[in-house]
Design a protein around this ligand. Structure first.
Ligand code: NAD
Length: 251
């Protein structure tokens, strides 16, 4: 038993890093988790790491509009409602604006921002049916609040997630559908996405110097904050942005 006992959660990007840690943390709190990722073998391996029963894996590219519609249909047929949606899948690469092709720009916007819109649009009716009130957590970044050199497409996408989430929260409140929506903004976190950067001593030292708490964050640090936003402990929070960065943006 836990804060999320019996609640049904969808989490994207669940095969690795923050998504995997969050799936485990949701399951530890008693949630039933639908792990979504485009990496089929990775998602099956992640499924095996979750405590408890009642979880399942779905292979989906989060930029695929029809795939989201299919997932909504599956949930509608199996349970008729959804309690938690964590739109976590995403990535970024460092590239100057001069070196950013339109295709690259569109790929970054698609995976980080279009996916959030598609997921929320497809699953909002299921979240509105939640008997406990739905909770959406959208993955932004400190790069959705402050800019970063050579990260313009990623910053544009994550900044878009931040304001999309506020607009969504207000729309849900106006509808009175009891769905809360908040964004989360990690700082420098060591995951497979950032392994190469942290494996380079010079880059690692530069990132560490940016963190007043003096350590790089872990996927579990973010997972616990997501569990908070997904649970009734944050019942009066909607349209908020939760920064989890060891103090980086407080400077
Ligand atoms: P990760 O690479 O470890 O995990 C990302 C997962 O998303 C992978 O399993 C990957 O297969 C999946 N994924 C990627 N594109 C997908 C797609 N189109 N469809 C379905 N699944 C897809 O990365 P992470 O560090 O855990 O990052 C998770 C999220 O956190 C991302 O949105 C990232 O931008 C954000 N974030 C990470 C950091 C950090 O320092 N690691 C900081 C701020 C924000």
């Amino acid at each position: 038993m836990g804060d999320l006992a019996g609640r049904l959660a969808v989490i994207t990007g669940a095969a690795s890093g923050i998504g995997l840690a969050t799936a485990i943390a949701l399951a530890e709190q008693g949630g039933n988790v639908i792990l979504v990722d485009r990496d089929g073998p990775g998602t099956e391996a992640a499924l095996a790491k979750l405590p408890g029963a009642g979880h399942r894996a779905v292979v989906l590219d989060v930029t695929d509009e029809n795939g989201w519609v299919d997932l909504a249909g599956q949930i509608e047929r199996s349970s008729g409602s959804l309690d938690i949606l964590v739109n976590n899948a995403g990535f970024g690469t460092f590239r100057s604006i001069a070196d950013t092709t339109l295709d690259h720009w569109r790929a970054i916007i698609a995976v980080n921002l279009d996916s959030v819109f598609l997921g929320c649009r497809a699953l909002l009716p299921m979240l509105a049916n939640s008997p406990v009130g739905g909770a959406i957590v959208n993955m932004s970044s400190i790069r959705g609040i402050a800019g970063g050199a050579n990260a313009a497409s990623y910053c544009a996408a994550k900044g878009g997630v931040r304001l999309f989430t506020k607009a969504l929260a207000l729309e849900c409140a106006a509808l009175g559908n009891r769905v809360r929506a908040n964004s989360i903004h990690p700082g420098h976190i060591e995951t497979p996405l950032t392994a190469a950067a942290h494996g380079d001593p010079a880059v690692h030292a530069r990132l560490l110097a940016d963190v007043p708490m003096g350590r790089i964050g872990t996927a579990e640090d973010i997972a616990q904050a997501i569990v908070f936003l997904a649970s009734d402990r944050s019942s009066y929070m909607t349209g908020a942005e939760l920064v989890v960065d060891g103090g980086s943006t407080a400077q």
